[in-house]
Ligand binder design. Sequence first.
Ligand SMILES: NC(=O)c1ccc[n+]([C@@H]2O[C@H](COP(=O)([O-])OP(=O)(O)OC[C@H]3O[C@@H](n4cnc5c(N)ncnc54)[C@H](O)[C@@H]3O)[C@@H](O)[C@H]2O)c1
Length: 308
Amino acid sequence: MRILITGAGGNLGRAAVPALERDGHELRLFDFRSLPTEHEFVQGDVRDPVAVARAVAGVDAVVHGAALHGVHLATWPPSDFWSTNATGTFVVYEAARAAGVRRIVLASSMVVYGPVGGDGDRWAVVTEQSPFRPNDVYGLTKVVAEDVARFYADVDAVSTVALRLGMFVPETFERYGFRLLFGGVDDRDVGQAVALALAHEPIGGFRAFNIMADSGLTTEDLSGLDADVLDTLDRRWVGTSELVREHGLDPGELVWGRLLFSVDEAKTQLGYRPRYDFAAFLDAWRRGDATHYPFADEDWWGVERPAR
Ligand SMILES: NC(=O)c1ccc[n+]([C@@H]2O[C@H](COP(=O)([O-])OP(=O)(O)OC[C@H]3O[C@@H](n4cnc5c(N)ncnc54)[C@H](O)[C@@H]3O)[C@@H](O)[C@H]2O)c1
């Protein structure tokens, strides 16, 4: 397929481009920053209908990733989140409809769920049926983006697979490993999910899937996590707390969020087979093999807010 990737200069582009290249797709990249790339590149703003119309012309599918996200909350005002993520998504769908593009993979996010249930300090499992309770403007705009997608599926037969992605911004090696338990995902599994989503025909024109690492933790582990997180991990992966101590790490820095995410639907419906999990990380950590996660500490701070 001929595929447009919006916001291709960020983490999603880094994850998706190699996966789609491997599948033999022809890629066109779009971003408002200039990108060094061998692929066809269109520079423009996702809020600009003329630029986006130019970008979608002649493609078979769009991977829509351009957005502000969590890290930008501190530096960008809510109105920029709305214009980039909500209006920008509308502009992409409208351009796709007008150009006859019928297939979109939408980069949604785990933030649509917010801190689910709001049930104090207790751990919970999040499935695709969990309610949307975003608690910041980023989450709100991601909910709106999914609504836009559903609308275009219903009314204009533009189909969408929305990937509610877990965290894959660059992290230290150890924080990367532990977040694979609690909503993190490896770049290479994100790439796999994007490739699978492009090949999927969603029933009714719209489907959303959680895309995280397969943590191996389930509802049966919830009471153990409530009582003692490290103890629960030790019972499943012997020696975990010893490694944490040996490295002088603060467990509070490694575990946060109190949510487990189910990826069962992505596994059964999309054929998603996440390969990078906590066990693989522990194994690499024990061997001192930092190449297991080559993106650690990458100099990534998101898009800087332009001076006005
Ligand atoms: N990285 C994560 O942990 C994560 C987790 C969940 C969801 N997501 C979603 O994945 C998508 C991509 O995230 P990312 O981590 O690659 O972000 P990123 O900030 O690394 O990259 C976003 C890219 O979009 C471009 N961009 C921003 N505003 C634009 C605009 N107005 N017009 C054109 N291009 C614009 C930026 O230049 C940048 O290259 C987003 O939709 C995000 O919500 C990311």
